[in-house]
Design a protein around this ligand. Sequence first.
Ligand code: PHE
Length: 340
Amino acid sequence: MIKEDLLKLSNDSKKELEGVYDIKQLNELKIKIFGKTGLLTTFSKAMRDVPVDEKPVIGAIINEIRKELEDKISEKEKYFKEKELNDKLEKEKVDITEPSKNNELGAIHPIASVTDKLIDICVSLGFSVVEGPEVETDYYNFEAMNIPKNHPSRDMQDTFFITENTLLRSQTSAVQAREMEKRKPPFKIICPGKTYRNESDSTHSPIFHQLEGLVVDEKISMADLKTMLTIIMKRLYGDETIIRFRPSFFPFTEPSIEVDVSCPNCHGKGCSICKGIGMLELLGAGIVNPKVLEISGIDSKKYSGFAFGFGLDRTAMILNSINNIKYLYKNDIRFLKQMQ
Ligand code: PHE
């Protein structure tokens, strides 16, 4: 009797197992068969009443059924686990090659962009790029540039002093003396960087940027300076640009000039960018004052040089039609987006 019951249990369980469609049902079936009060457990308990001579046979059948059902269940378990993992992978699949919908790109800041442009132009003309400190000594910023203490020309620049002899450099010209002390002519250098002056209005910011150029060699003349600046300006603003040189004064250059270009916005007709003048004042320059060469240990009888100093903020404003310098420093996202 018990034999038939066992076979029925085995067949019924196998049938039921085939109909199981998820891990929850499988676990329920496992308990139904192997649990404390499960079907097979009940049979094992009933072994007590089986006559001794039948015990080995029935015992063997129970073990065989147990093994068979256990194998089938673990096979199903494995199948469900794999299926669960595959379903999960399928659901969570990410296409890493799909372009993102929300890709906000940054933009190069207008000052960085014009600095890069000017550096590229100057490097292509044979200049090397150098840098100097922003916290500078009075000596390099002024004295070595032929501006002694108490000289009235110091009033041209309202300087931030840190101590009596240290300051935030008011001009990249400070790098000229540093380089002339270090180098032997001939050399051609440019120095881009931050400069500081105590002034603030729509075209002046206490922190601003300059690019200094310095060439020292034998027989450098005003013609070389004018030619170099004409090439640089035309490459920056376009071939049709008109360039005007006006006499000026700087203690470190003699003679000194200021350079204007025709407004790239209205081409000289007059507009809001050039305030109706048609021309824009862009930089100071000149033939290096022989005194400056001598202060830095260069023989002014053998060598001469020219220097120029670009205002980079102004250049960035002109090239991007920006009418207030404050926009360059406000970090207003709406402004920066327009620069993209
Ligand atoms: N350093 C001058 C300024 O800041 C510009 C300049 C540089 C002029 C080099 C002549 C030569 O105004």
